[in-house]
Design a protein around this ligand. Structure first.
Ligand code: GRF
Length: 201
């Protein structure tokens, strides 16, 4: 059975696009069934419309509590029979109830080599720190911030003359290459987690 994938995105959605494009050209044993955003102005939603993918948007501000927001998301995932949640620039923490129900079924991409430079400014913080090597991490999401088991990592070197914009471009190029691969591996049930170490069959 093909896995039903939901992509959560709050912004530009270039990773969403990379996964959609990859799934169109390659066998991934999955289909992108839903795009969800908390941000009405997210370009990611426009991409979903263009691709003809069902898209839904609501934000925590529409609810009395964060718990009610999370429950609405859970209902949505349930209705759409979602097997995998892919965070692609989703700027909110995923609620604990969702993580419990979707344990080891939520992926995230982080624009640095975890556990370095966690949080929302991974590229800039690595650049400002003066690292010579940074990179991209795809990982399972657990209750912590960017702490879940690591699926794939790829290094990106920071050259002497690289501007921050150049580094961002290099990071995004790698993101668009490795995130679709991780999604593919998940859909083929090739990811095994043991003692927080992920092996790829
Ligand atoms: C990416 O850099 C990703 O690593 C981070 O948020 C950014 C999202 O970019 N989590 P986009 O919306 O996919 O273009």
């Amino acid at each position: 059975m093909k896995k039903r994938i939901a992509i959560f995105a709050s912004g530009f959605g270039s990773n969403l696009q990379a996964i959609v494009d990859y799934a169109e050209k390659n066998e991934i044993n999955g289909e992108i069934a839903l795009v969800f955003s908390n941000n009405r102005n997210a370009y990611a939603l426009e991409r979903a419309v263009k691709q003809g993918i069902k898209n839904v948007c609501f934000s925590p501000d529409d609810f009395k509590s964060r718990q009610l927001y999370d429950r609405e998301i859970l209902k949505l995932l349930d209705r759409e029979k979602i097997d995998l949640v892919v965070l692609a620039g989703y700027m909110l923490l995923v609620g604990i109830e969702i993580l419990k129900k979707y344990k080891n079924k939520v992926l995230n991409i982080h624009p640095a080599l975890l556990p370095s430079f966690k949080g929302t400014h991974g590229i800039k913080e690595a650049y400002d720190y003066g690292v010579k090597v940074t990179g991209v991490t795809v990982h399972f999401v657990d209750e912590g911030l960017d702490t879940g088991p690591i699926i794939l990592q790829e290094a990106v070197s920071v050259e002497q003359n690289d501007s921050i914009e150049k580094l961002e471009e290099k990071i995004h190029t790698v993101e668009h290459k490795i995130y679709p691969l991780a999604v593919k591996y998940f859909c083929e049930e090739r990811l095994i987690i043991k003692d927080r170490k992920v092996s790829i069959l």
